[in-house]
Ligand binder design. Structure first.
Ligand code: BGC
Length: 456
């Protein structure tokens, strides 16, 4: 049987290093009737947007099964659970608190705390209330202020029972995939839209940071960003420049404003019409200190130079699809070394606060045989990536925790239920949860890490 081989003296074996599992509201909750409509409901209802034509109406029926799910999390022995709050469940269309919706999270957080599990709450994991989208969504500056109000309502209810709040999960996905490429909700396209949405998301982050700090001074507050390291396809100077531009456009665009109060220099290549409207004081709001940075990492991306033209979609870089490298079921390259490289580079480039790895994991083509999922490939993925984090820590990067994505199989956005990221298998017909082998191995690591005996 496979095991994880983190070195015996790894700092990740210290009891202060948190191991957790993560989920998000729309991906697991279900109970569509208990909340307002969100942009993902609308997106799912449009034909051809979700590969298996599914939606989040039922998902993992977590709203109904939350007690069992907490029991499951607790049985794994993890230190922490990262969940997200559904904005359309806790706020009404009039902007008041939906008491019933909010009570769900009060109960959930209380139960987790009672069991000694640290709670990491993400306030925005992509499920924007549809009525806000109807007024322009993240293209409308007012949405940032509505987010501030929502964040305040959550924080004043859950308070410091929550160990760490994150304002946003992966604004890259919300802005670029949702408003620029159009492959995520709300499905809009165009560079100008993507960049404007990103600015308002970052503004929302900054406004909420202030509110969270004032409301819950004893919790940690930060943001979760995703990164895919950008590598040149060849050693040619043009490809190196292409990879650097892609890195600025997709990665640094979200981190640099938060840490340094500036957009990366590629902003100057945007046409005037595509530039975000940056009002006086915005960058100060965006760049206030954060207590931690959440980093989500899955894979690297390779770029080559492509002739730039005046079209609004071409900045001189293009993705090169992987060949001859091991891939996950998402078609993503398995590249743990790039994970270490990312962490070390960010540490060198920026004055960062402590880091939590808030997501890392893999969709694999799981097979259930005789009631068991022996997901060796996922175990290998976790093992190599945990070791990649360990190498970064040894190189001096301050990393305080690691969350496996995901606790359980769930709604994988535009790919519906066709991709399984869970360490727990979900049978969507019966809603039965079954621990995959990766869950057993992860749990063994977490439970036995301190004395270093990995009896798997
Ligand atoms: C998101 C998750 C998603 C995962 C795998 C991350 O971008 O935060 O919601 O399921 O990647 O695609």
């Amino acid at each position: 049987m496979r095991t994880f081989n983190l070195p015996a003296n790894s700092l990740m074996r210290s009891k202060d290093f948190l191991f957790g599992v993560a989920t998000s509201s729309f991906q697991i909750e279900g109970d569509r009737k208990g909340r307002e409509t969100c942009i993902w409901d609308t997106f799912c209802a449009q034909s051809g947007k979700i590969s298996d034509n599914s939606n989040g109406d039922d998902a993992c029926r977590h709203i109904e099964k939350w007690k069992d799910d907490v029991e499951l999390i607790s049985s794994l022995g993890v230190d922490a659970y990262r969940l997200s709050i559904s904005w359309p469940r806790v706020m009404t269309i009039d902007g008041d608190v939906n008491e019933m919706g909010m009570q769900f999270y009060v109960n959930l957080v209380d139960e987790l705390v009672r069991r000694g599990i640290k709670v990491f709450v993400t306030l925005y994991h992509w499920d924007l209330p549809q009525h806000l989208e109807d007024n322009g969504g993240w293209l409308n500056r007012d949405t940032a202020y509505a987010f501030e109000k929502y964040a305040t309502a959550v924080a004043s209810t859950l308070g410091d029972k929550v160990y760490a709040y994150a304002t946003l999960n992966e604004p890259f996905c919300s802005a670029y995939l949702g408003y620029e490429l159009g492959v995520h909700a709300p499905g809009l396209t165009g560079v100008g839209k993507g960049r404007k949405a990103a600015h308002h998301l970052l503004l929302a982050h900054g406004l909420a940071m202030k509110a969270l700090r004032a409301t819950c001074p004893n919790s940690l507050h930060g943001i979760v960003l995703n990164f895919s390291t950008c590598h040149p396809a060849t050693n040619n100077e043009e490809d190196k420049i292409a990879a650097k531009l892609a890195d600025e456009y997709h990665n640094q665009w979200y981190l640099k404003p938060v840490i340094d109060g500036q957009y990366p220099s590629i902003i100057h290549q945007l046409r005037d019409v595509d530039r975000p409207d940056i009002e006086e004081g915005d960058m100060d709001i965006i760049s206030q200190p954060i207590d931690y940075l959440g980093i989500n990492y899955y894979t690297r991306t390779v770029y080559k130079a492509t002739p730039s033209d005046s079209a609004d979609v071409n900045f001189g870089f293009e993705i090169v699809e992987p060949t001859n490298t091991p891939l996950t079921a998402m078609g993503w390259e398995i590249t743990p070394d790039a994970f270490t490289e990312l962490l070390v580079n960010l540490h060198q480039q920026y004055a960062l606060p402590p880091i939590y790895i808030t997501e890392n994991g893999a969709a694999m083509d799981d097979e259930m045989i005789d009631g068991e999922v022996n997901d060796v490939d996922r175990i290998d993925y976790f093992n190599s990536h945990l070791n990649a984090v360990n190498v970064a820590i040894e190189a001096g990067v301050d990393i305080r925790g690691y969350f496996a994505w995901s606790l359980m199989d769930n709604f994988e956005w535009a790919l519906g239920y066709s991709k399984r990221f869970g360490i727990v298998h979900v049978d969507y017909d019966t809603q039965k949860r079954t621990l995959k082998q990766s869950a057993h191995v992860y749990s063994e690591l977490v439970k036995n890490r301190i004395n270093g005996t990995l009896a798997v």
